[in-house]
Design a protein around this ligand. Sequence first.
Ligand SMILES: [Zn+2]
Length: 171
Amino acid sequence: MVKRDIKGRFIKGSSPIPTKNKEKFSKIRSKIQKKLWENKEYREKMSILRKGRIAWNKGLKGCNSGINNPNWRGGISNNPYSVEWTETLRRSIRERDHYTCQLCNKQQGDKAHTVHHIDYNKQNCNPKNLITLCVSCNSKVNANRDYWTKYFNTSINLNIKLYGVFKSIRA
Ligand SMILES: [Zn+2]
């Protein structure tokens, strides 16, 4: 049973995912990952991602200078959030991602995980552009932005697929 305080945060000891569903989910997750891995295109994409951050800049003209530098923030962090950026939306993203950091797999504890904009554009609140990260991973992805955008764009499709399956077994 999930319990929240008045600010919508989880109360200690009340797991967001019932234990038996967690087990079921991890079984299905590994099954789907195995299936995805059989897909050549996916495998190639992931192997590039796992090789390192340099691959994404390779051969791209001017990628490391000026506006294209992954560390160049371009004032994005000062942009006002779009109107759709609500706690309800963030909560639904966390639910989709099973309250788990999508980088280090840390399960959400007392403190809610952050919801990260994959393309760093805070106006883009499409669920496909949003992913759950713990606080430390969220600060990690502030550098090497090109790399992380590509990385999450690949993994988000897996998450959405997984969530569909998870919802159907829960129903
Ligand atoms: Zn993390």
